[in-house]
Design a protein. Structure first.
Length: 170
């Protein structure tokens, strides 16, 4: 697309095709992000719900509401994807008819440029998922210090057998 010079009237359908294809790719990327959030059981920032009550029932309800919101977003994105696919199909047919033999060159150029953009988009999505996973996973407390069960405060030396017997408790 960089080497081909087009007049504004000629480029209208080509630009519509490129923009529609770009919207479709971004919609697919958003579906991927939301599905990964569901699979990894993480909550994206746009889904956060603030509830003043911190009772266990309120926390369970909040979690369920967040999951339902993600699932609804995925349903909405699939409807949007279907609409964009239909629109893209119509535009593709019109531009292929208008541009005839040169459409393949233009089409390949559009796909190459959009693929480069989408590689960046998916990389940023993976980074976002990793950040959310790190923030939302509970890290176990490794500062636990165990003390021996028996503290020998006398001058008597116990054998290993006696210490194991004493450590068993009452």
């Amino acid at each position: 697309m960089n080497n081909i010079k087009l007049l504004a009237s000629q480029a209208h359908l080509v630009n519509r095709y490129k923009n529609t294809r770009s919207k479709l790719y971004k919609c697919c990327a958003n579906i991927y992000f939301n599905k990964q959030c569901l699979a990894k059981k993480i909550v994206p920032n746009y889904v956060n719900i603030k509830i003043a009550n911190t009772s266990p029932a309120a926390l369970v309800t909040t979690k369920k509401a967040q999951i339902i919101r993600i699932k609804d977003k995925i349903k909405f994105l699939y409807k949007k994807k279907e609409k964009l696919n239909h629109e893209l199909y119509k535009i593709h047919l019109r531009t292929a008819q208008e541009w005839d033999n040169t459409w393949h060159i233009i089409h390949d150029s559009i796909l190459n440029s959009l693929n480069k953009e989408m590689e960046k988009k998916y990389k940023s999505i993976e980074d976002k998922i990793n950040r959310l996973t790190l923030n939302q996973t509970k890290k176990p407390n490794t500062n636990t210090q165990f003390y021996p069960r028996v503290a020998n405060e006398t001058a008597i030396k116990f054998s290993d057998e006696e210490m194991t017997l004493l450590n068993k408790g009452l």
